[in-house]
Design a protein around this ligand. Structure first.
Ligand code: ASP
Length: 399
């Protein structure tokens, strides 16, 4: 476990340890009801911010989980843009190498883990979310670094679970830290700048790569290699960063609920244990798709299944038969489209919920969290229509 405290003298260091001891006690109580022992790292090691607020600069902490941004090129060859070991460098080292960060923030780091995004378990995302909230009790903003492969899954999990309204910015890179033409340091720098700016307060989690800011709910990885891989189909980006200018041109619907009880989702992880997080899977539809995937997921213990349907959510006859059987066994389904965009509207079918405009991987996170908090289908349907749809709430829109 690695963290930096931007060494400002022994007295401050002593303070840090006192506060860390306090945080350790607090963290123990967060986990007190959890029958699954928390695995390291835990929220206990978030470094204290009080050391930094002596300056007028924002206090930003980077919570690092690995990915290409922390990747090292293979064979020491900086032209190895695709051949590298992800999750190798520590965030402490990377931040130390960032030039002119004094212009934008006091930066601390917390090494949550160091591996590829796809290697994280949902139970680890539970820890990550608690760590982010723990950090936001004192820091002005959090940057989370992850691999880009499942960044949209992780981002939406954080968007749905973090309680604080302070900025959470997730970033990563498409080229390793030490490669020629790497995007890693610039992405890290701009993510810190954005988190420290406070401009996305009340936005929930936003994703920032390649200078573009996008909403966690709507963003998706669209290309296996390109630097501009992240896109928000139909709705578009929230804004972008051009050197010192951060331009925000639109806000997620969530912002219209700023300060209202409806801003907070029901998914307060401190109220559940890791054991409450159920298995939820995704079944992909295609020409004459069989029912085996759905049957297999059910046999494996899935409590919910998201279908990525053709067009407006259609699935094959065999998939449909398997779904009907699974619903009888109490499995809950959510309909999405494999087309990449478009809204699924509610139907009256028992056991099937419309995924609104969430893509399959986002709908899966919402279904998973919903089932962790209730078994009541009606409630989950309501949550998809409210916290899932996240429509703008103003008197102008009649809501
Ligand atoms: N395999 C990497 C990961 O998702 C890719 C990346 O970081 O962009 O961790």
């Amino acid at each position: 476990m690695t963290f930096t405290v931007n060494g400002k003298g022994f007295k401050r260091l002593l303070n840090t340890f006192l506060v860390l001891a306090m945080i350790t006690t607090m963290a123990t109580s967060v986990y007190a009801a959890d029958p699954v022992p928390p695995t390291a790292p835990t929220v206990a090691a978030i470094p204290d911010v009080k050391l930094k607020d002596l300056t007028a600069k924002p206090n930003v902490i980077v919570i690092a989980t690995g990915g290409t941004i922390a990747g090292q090129v293979a064979d020491g060859d900086p032209t190895n843009l695709q051949n590298y070991r992800a999750g190798t460098y520590t965030m402490e080292d990377m931040v130390a190498q960032l030039p002119r960060k004094d212009k934008i923030a006091d930066v601390s780091t917390y090494q949550f883990g160091n591996k590829g995004s796809g290697g994280y378990l949902i139970t680890e995302l539970y820890d990550l979310s608690l760590a982010v909230d723990q950090a936001l009790k004192t820091y002005d903003g959090v940057v989370v670094t992850t691999g880009t492969d499942t960044m949209e899954d992780i981002a939406y999990f954080l968007d749905l679970t973090v309680r604080s309204e302070k900025p959470v910015v997730i970033t990563g890179a498409m080229r390793p830290w030490d490669a020629i033409g790497t995007d890693a340091p610039a992405n890290l720098y701009n993510a810190i700048k954005l988190a420290g700016s406070g401009k996305t307060k009340w936005f929930g989690t936003v994703l920032m790569l390649n200078d573009v800011i996008q909403a966690a709910r709507d963003v998706t990885k669209s290309n296996a290699h390109r630097l501009d891989t992240f896109e928000t189909p139909i709705l578009g980006a929230l804004g972008y960063i051009d050197q010192d200018s951060i331009s925000i041109y639109r806000a997620p619907g969530r912002v219209s609920k700023a300060g209202k009880p409806t801003w907070s989702t029901p998914f307060d992880l401190s109220k559940i244990t890791k054991a409450d997080l159920p298995m939820v899977e995704i079944a992909y539809a295609y020409q004459e798709a069989g029912g085996g995937a759905i049957k297999g997921f059910v046999a494996d213990g899935a409590k919910g299944i998201v279908t990525a349907g053709t067009g407006a959510g259609g699935i094959s006859a065999k998939m449909s038969a398997a779904r009907t059987e699974a619903i009888k066994q109490g499995v809950l389904f959510v309909t999405t489209t494999r087309t990449g965009s478009g809204t699924m509207y509610p139907s009256s079918s028992d056991g099937i919920i419309a995924g609104d405009s969430l893509n399959a991987q986002h709908a899966r996170m919402l279904l998973l969290l919903s089932l962790a908090f209730t078994k009541d289908q009606k409630t989950i349907k309501d949550w998809f229509a409210t916290f899932g749809a996240q429509n703008v709430e103003t008197s102008a829109t009649g809501s």
